[in-house]
Design a protein. Structure first.
Length: 476
């Protein structure tokens, strides 16, 4: 999370299809004599908020004032759903009741959280115009007090074309961002929104494009962005992370968690935390990064579940411990007084196998490996216009993701001389055709009894050669 930004309480309205997620837990010890199916002996039942209601639950867990505008049935499931919203402190005063059934997803779960069957109860016909007109009147009354609007479209009949378009137009007039979790193949319905969030399957359906490789996903996302007239498209790609595109922007985010327990509701968590960050003035990339960490926490939980802000802050804090500020490095030598500190530096613009091998070897030479990273302005001065290819934030995150790296610190100067003076490493490592005496900072390290080591390059592996290969292949 951006150190200069915090998530404060904002008013966020969720408009969309709410549903009740119902779980029957039990054990299976035999197969039915009537048919070759397992017999579930029911032990417990649990009901949680689903669909747009789960988005609101994640907003509330993220410290936001969540409001829900929807329709629920005049039935027991509707009673339970409204009761759960109240328990979570979610304002459901904009939600109305109708004679149609409340949408319920019932899951039967055996030992070890193995899902045996899901049964859906739903009515998906379009909501009558009288209902959407009533909701629009309420919407226009409350939108001035809202900081942002989320539309959660599960295609259960509420978010009709005219209803959605009027919500987007009104939000735009009031200078409020509208984020949409999309499902409908009719892209026109979402035209003019600030951001669309499809998953990979939905992106392919919406664009009729293959979208298998990262480049294809980005191309399909751009086409969706252009056809829908929106500012950004954020595609969630499961185990591959997320891809954000905007005008002149492509931002790939690796998944924050490799071990996935259950992906149910992960998209709801993403759009909720994305909204909370944007409502709090975060830049779009910082908002996506925070939402990615929230999703990483969510998929480690069983079933539909919300993610607390404290969990996200803790997770991001752990991820950021490797990245040091200028203030942090002042006490680094004292912190590791009994450790052998190894220091190396570079631009690490397009991280390649040569970089990784050099860092792995450097880490073996001591106890703590600190990597100095040239800031964007520094890389531009050293390498020329068009560099760096990747921003310092992306380059720092990639280095922090390497297990052999203990700390990364960004420096603005052209050389790490000042950084080496402050850190006082025991060993200075460089890769390339240098003598130890030619390495910047060698005099500082040797003066305190330290040493300098030169590690060989991996032949043919460099950022420059990678860029040349791309140019020669005509991929630019």
């Amino acid at each position: 999370m951006d150190q200069g930004k915090q998530i404060h309480r904002k008013n966020i309205l969720v408009v969309g299809d709410v549903m009740l997620d119902q779980y029957y837990f039990g054990s299976v010890s035999r197969v039915s004599p009537e048919a070759p199916v397992p017999v579930l002996r029911k032990d417990t039942r649990k009901c949680v908020l689903g669909g747009a209601a789960n988005v609101a639950a994640n907003l509330a867990a993220g410290g936001q004032n969540a409001f829900v505008m929807s329709v629920v049935g005049e039935d027991e499931a509707g009673d339970i759903l409204l009761g759960l919203l109240a328990q979570e402190g979610i304002d459901a005063s904009l939600t109305i009741r109708q004679s149609r059934s409340t949408t319920v997803k019932t899951r039967f779960v055996a030992d070890g959280h193995q899902q045996l069957l899901r049964m859906d109860t739903e009515v998906t016909g379009e909501m009558p115009g009288s209902v959407t007109d009533r909701l629009l009147a309420e919407y226009k009354n409350v939108i001035p007090a809202m900081d942002l609007v989320i539309l959660s479209d599960y295609q259960k009949g509420l978010l009709t074309y005219d209803f959605v378009q009027e919500i987007i137009r009104t939000a735009d007039q009031m200078e409020k961002k509208a984020l949409i979790d999309v499902k409908d193949p009719d892209i026109r319905k979402y035209h003019g929104a600030y951001l669309l969030k499809p998953n990979l399957k939905e992106l392919r359906m919406l664009t009729d494009m293959q979208a298998h490789t990262d480049d294809e996903i980005a191309d399909a996302s751009r086409q969706l962005m252009q056809r829908a007239g929106c500012t950004y498209v954020l595609t969630t790609c499961g185990a591959r992370g997320m891809v954000l595109v905007g005008e002149g922007l492509r931002y790939n985010v690796n998944p924050a968690r490799q071990e996935v327990f259950d992906v149910t509701g992960a998209g709801d968590t993403v759009i909720a935390y994305l909204a909370a960050c944007l409502a709090n003035g975060f830049g779009i990339q910082d908002a996506v990064l925070t939402a990615n960490h929230a999703a990483g926490i969510q998929v480690a939980k069983a079933g539909t579940a919300s993610v607390c802000l404290r969990e996200v802050i803790t997770a991001m804090g752990k991820a950021c411990k490797k990245l040091l500020s200028q203030k942090d490095i002042a006490g680094l030598r004292q912190q590791y007084a009994d450790k052998k500190i190894v220091f190396t530096n570079g631009c690490f613009d397009i991280l390649h196998i040569g970089h990784v091998r050099c860092l792995q070897e450097a880490a073996k030479l001591g106890d703590i490996l600190v990597v100095g990273l040239n800031a964007d302005a520094s890389v531009r001065r050293l390498k020329g216009d068009g560099r760096p290819v990747n921003s310092q934030a992306d380059r720092a995150e990639l280095l922090c993701a390497l297990g052999c790296v203990d700390h990364v610190v960004v420096f603005e100067e052209d050389t790490p001389q000042r950084l080496i003076m402050e850190i006082q490493p025991d060993l200075l490592v460089k890769g390339g055709d240098y003598t130890p005496q030619e390495v910047v900072g060698a005099d500082i390290v040797t003066a305190r009894g330290g040493t300098v080591r030169i590690l060989p390059f991996t032949e043919g592996k460099s950022t420059t050669s990678t860029i040349k290969k791309i140019e020669q292949a005509g991929w630019t």
